[in-house]
Design a protein around this ligand. Structure first.
Ligand SMILES: *[C@@H]1O[C@H](CO)[C@@H](O)[C@H](O)[C@H]1NC(C)=O
Ligand SMILES: *[C@@H]1O[C@H](CO)[C@@H](O)[C@H](O)[C@H]1NC(C)=O
Ligand SMILES: *[C@@H]1O[C@H](CO)[C@@H](O)[C@H](O)[C@H]1NC(C)=O
Length: 170
C-alpha cells in the first residue's frame, strides 16, 4: 500500500517543484535567495465538494476582519478545482501565496488535495515551518484532520520544516 501511494504521489507531480530550485550562474554566492515553500498532499474519504467547502470556510473565518490570532488569511479566488488565498505575517513584512487543488480519487467518493504555500519574497532556505504551518492551521482548524480517511503525504524535500514546524494547535 505504501509503495502504491508513493507511486501515485510521484505521478501526481507532488515533487515537480524540485525542478524549480534556482541554479545560480557562475560562482555560488551564499546564502542563495530562495522562495521558501511547502507542498503537501492530503487524502480524504469524503467528496471534494465537502473538503473544498471546509477549506474555503476556514480561510474566510481566518480573515483579518475577524481579528483572531491566526486571522491573516485572505481569499484571492476560486476556480472549479482550486482555492487560492494569501497569508501575511502579523507584522505585515512577509507574505505567502496558498493554493489548494482538489481532485476526486479513483477510490469511490474520495478527494485528494494538493496544497502549496510559497513565500512571495525571497527568503532564507529555512522558513522555520512558516509555509507548513500556513497549510496546517487551515487543516487543523477546519476539523478536516479528523475527517474519515485523512492522511498526509509529504516530506522535508517537498515541505520545508515538515515534522519540526512549531504550529499553533487550534
Ligand atoms: C458531504 O456533505 C453533505 C452535505 O453537507 C453531507 O450530507 C454528507 O454527509 C457529507 N459527506 C461526507 C462523507 O462527509
Ligand atoms: C492578498 O489578497 C488580497 C485579496 O485578493 C489582496 O487585496 C492583497 O493585496 C493580497 N496580499 C498580498 C500580499 O498579495
Ligand atoms: C467549470 O465548470 C463549469 C460547469 O461544470 C464548466 O462549464 C466550465 O467549463 C468549467 N471551467 C473550467 C475552467 O474548467
Amino acid at each position: 500500500m505504501k509503495t502504491l501511494l508513493l507511486a501515485s504521489v510521484l505521478f501526481a507531480g507532488l515533487f515537480d517543484s524540485l525542478a524549480a530550485v534556482p541554479v545560480p550562474p557562475g560562482p555560488v554566492p551564499a546564502p542563495l535567495p530562495y522562495h521558501a515553500f511547502c507542498r503537501t498532499m492530503w487524502l480524504f474519504a469524503s467528496p471534494c465538494i465537502n473538503v473544498s467547502t471546509a477549506v474555503l470556510k476556514q480561510i474566510q473565518a481566518f480573515n483579518p476582519v475577524n481579528k483572531c490570532i491566526l486571522c491573516h488569511y485572505r481569499l484571492v479566488g476560486i476556480t472549479n478545482n482550486s482555492v487560492i488565498a494569501n497569508h501575511t505575517s502579523a507584522d505585515g513584512l512577509q507574505a505567502e501565496s496558498l493554493t489548494f487543488t482538489f481532485s476526486s480519487t479513483v477510490m469511490a467518493g474520495g478527494c485528494r488535495v494538493t496544497a502549496l504555500s510559497a513565500s512571495l519574497g525571497f527568503t532564507n532556505l529555512f522558513d522555520g515551518g512558516l509555509n507548513y504551518c500556513n497549510l496546517y492551521n487551515i487543516l487543523s482548524a477546519s476539523g478536516l484532520m479528523s475527517s474519515p480517511g485523512f492522511a498526509e503525504i509529504t516530506n522535508e524535500w517537498a515541505c520545508l520544516g515538515y515534522g519540526e514546524a512549531p504550529c499553533h494547535d487550534v
